[in-house]
Design a protein around this ligand. Structure first.
Ligand code: MG
Length: 403
């Protein structure tokens, strides 16, 4: 049994640079994908640093978990040397052949490893992402996770903490198995059933890597896309069928520190991803609906505040009633019908309240008050309902009325 491997990486259609890195080292039988993140060149430096350190550690005889931890240390040390690289990090999903029939996978972050066996795609790794943790806790459905605005937030990465926890999986492989290791640029763009369809129908290792990357690119290529494909072949180089007994003996067996196979299955068979456009619409709606609701409530509150007030002002010697605020937030005050009263007919208290635009909670209350401060009885009424601009509607007269 031997492994044939192929890889392809693409920048995609949106990003300026490719922050993914990968390695295929057939001598070490080491295969890995890293998806870097960080400002400036941080992402690509982080992923490349992790891959190089991983390879060096494996070449030096380290086990996969120790090698991933060495990669973590290398990213942290590199970031410490250069302020431009501060805060950089990377995912790392690495597979190494322990012997002719066993793969060992070390995994941190939201890149993924899949196993295609007998035409069925099975996800081997758990994403260390916020939404996947919420799904595992039952707080989000897989459908909600797909359109969640924070679905890019990862909860574990290399370069963050000196002491990184590495998920480990031991996979008993057999001839004709196909392992796919990929960055999230594939899995956020292409549904798992479509990944399965491509991986199942394309026999050529190199072509399946190409087709998967192209599918993600054609679906929008919103992120860098990297795919490493491993085909388990017999020594002659052809993928042949095993006997039924051998099939039963060889199953994916995650290590004790990893979630059980049963835990992987429901997530792996998560509902198909919606089209990119539908997901985008859902994302926008998720943000827009609460924003519109808050805006509507705020508008209602402002309108209520602006309109739920009455006050008097002096205009050309007359006292006029306004509904609204002298200094409105949004809505201009409007003139209301009120008894015709000359400013000069007000007593001292009335003049002060008109000058200062004293507030009344209703029109009847305002008019009742006006009568109490008027020294001369009047009979005519104004009927104007002019809308005035968002200005103080009338000067709060400081001119004294003529005696
Ligand atoms: Mg990515």
């Amino acid at each position: 049994m031997r492994i044939a491997a192929a890889a392809r990486t693409e920048v995609g259609q949106v990003r300026d640079g490719n922050e993914d890195s990968f390695v295929i080292d057939e001598r070490l039988e080491l295969f890995a994908v890293a998806d870097g993140m960080g400002g400036h060149r941080g992402g690509e430096v982080a992923s490349a640093t992790a891959i190089e350190a991983l390879r060096a550690a494996v070449a030096g005889g380290r086990a996969i978990d120790a090698a991933v931890k060495a990669a973590n240390t290398a990213v942290i040390e590199k970031a410490a040397q250069d302020p431009d690289l501060a805060g950089m990090g990377t995912t790392l999903t690495a597979a190494i052949a322990l012997d002719a029939a066993t793969l060992r996978i070390g995994h941190v972050g939201d890149s993924r490893a899949y196993l295609l066996r007998d035409g069925v795609l099975q996800r081997l790794t758990d994403d260390h992402s916020l939404v996947e943790e919420l799904v595992r806790e039952g707080r989000l459905t897989p459908e909600q996770a797909e359109s969640h605005p924070q679905r890019a937030v990862i909860t574990r990465a290399l370069g963050v903490d000196e002491d990184v926890e590495v998920d480990l999986y031991t996979i008993d492989v057999r001839v004709a198995d196909r392992i796919i290791i990929c960055s999230d640029g594939l899995t956020t763009m292409v549904r798992e059933r479509d990944i399965e369809a491509i991986a199942r129908t394309e026999p050529d290792t190199r072509l399946v890597a190409n087709k998967l990357v192209e599918a993600a690119d054609e679906a929008g290529g919103e992120d860098n896309i990297t795919v490493v494909v491993l085909d388990v072949l017999d020594v002659d180089g052809s993928p042949v069928e095993e006997t039924a007994d051998a099939v039963d003996a060889m199953v994916a067996t995650p290590a004790a520190t990893s979630p059980s196979d049963d835990d992987i299955q429901p997530v792996a068979s998560a509902a198909p991803r919606r089209s990119r456009r539908r997901r985008r619409v859902a994302s926008i709606a998720l943000v827009l609906v609460p924003v519109l609701l808050i805006a509507a409530v705020a508008l209602g509150a402002i309108s209520w505040y602006d309109r739920n007030n009455w006050y008097f002002a002096q205009q050309r010697g007359q006292v006029v009633l306004y509904r609204g605020r002298p200094d409105p937030v949004l809505w201009s005050a409007t003139r209301e019908q009120s008894p015709a009263v000359a400013y000069s007919d007000l007593n001292a208290r009335g003049r002060t309240d008109v000058r200062t635009n004293a507030s009344f909670t209703s029109k009847p209350a305002a008019i009742a008050y006006l009568r109490t401060v008027t020294t001369t009885t009047t009979t005519t009424t104004t009927t104007t309902t002019t809308t005035i601009k968002k200005r103080r509607p009338a000067p709060t007269s400081t001119t004294r009325p003529k005696p």
